[in-house]
Design a protein around this ligand. Structure first.
Ligand code: Z5A
Length: 218
């Protein structure tokens, strides 16, 4: 694959969507072809699964195991239908969440054994490991207040995840920190609590050398 695959991770409201948008604008100005994706979702099948996972009444009593499998069904489709072809065509793929979210939410958050979680991720992902993962970190209080202000602005109801208790999000946050500590080369922590422009610049510091590297190799 000649493209570049970058994933964004973090708790809700960390600014993933905001920075995917800003980074893709920057890359497009430089003449790059950029693909913006989100998980769960990103394909017609994946978007249906996203609805089941987040809002459908049938999802109310969903077990952690069913959640794990649905997340990875969406991912298996996204990898084969969109990510792999886009990377083969030399595009920059920016994905809002990927398998680290499964480790953090279904593993650390829901308490599923990582020995169960990891092989299922491997089946969905295959060799499609991101070149770079940006873990946008904000304290949980910031995450909560951004979500609440967005809900007030848009009048949108909370989804099934947003209804979880604080201790769940504390475990998820610890999960992301554990992942970042275990894979410091791929996963870079970005302090996402300051001004949007400064965070965008901090992200660019990680992206620019990777682009140069790829250009030299291609
Ligand atoms: N999930 C899972 O359990 N397992 C998995 O494997 C995967 C996902 C892939 C998807 O929800 C849910 O699925 C997610 C995890 C679970 N649930 N939770 N929690 P989603 O896609 O709907 O939501 P999200 O991924 O959590 O993202 P989000 O809430 O949309 O947040 P965000 O994209 O990181 O943030 P944002 O939309 O860019 O910003 C939020 C608000 O803050 C917005 O009003 C911005 O204007 C504002 N903002 C952003 N940055 C700043 C700064 N720096 N200062 C001030 N205000 C800011």
């Amino acid at each position: 694959m000649s493209g570049l695959f970058i994933t964004f991770e973090g708790t809700e409201g960390a600014g993933k969507s905001t920075h995917i948008r800003l980074l893709s604008e920057r890359l497009r100005k430089l003449g790059r072809t950029v693909r913006e994706l989100r998980e769960p979702g990103g394909t017609p099948l994946g978007e249906e699964i996203r609805h089941l996972l987040k809002h459908h009444p049938a999802g109310r009593g969903m077990t952690p195991e069913a959640e794990l499998l649905l997340m990875n069904a969406s991912r298996a489709q996204l990898v084969r239908e969109v990510i792999r072809p886009a990377l083969d065509a030399g595009e920059v793929v920016l994905c809002d969440r990927f398998f680290d979210s499964t480790v953090a939410y279904q593993g650390h958050g829901r308490g599923l054994d990582l020995k169960l979680v990891e092989p299922i991720i491997a089946a969905a992902v295959g060799e499609m490991i991101p070149h770079l993962t940006l873990f946008l970190h904000v304290p949980l209080a910031v995450s909560e207040s951004r979500r609440l202000s967005r809900q007030n602005e848009q009048g949108a109801p909370a989804d099934r995840f947003e209804e979880s208790e604080r201790t769940f999000f504390e475990r998820v946050e610890r999960g992301f920190k554990t992942i970042a500590a275990a894979e410091p080369k791929r996963v870079r922590i970005v302090d996402a609590s300051g001004k949007i422009e400064a965070i965008a610049d901090a992200i660019w510091v990680h992206v620019e050398p990777l682009l140069k590297n790829r250009d030299e190799r291609n």
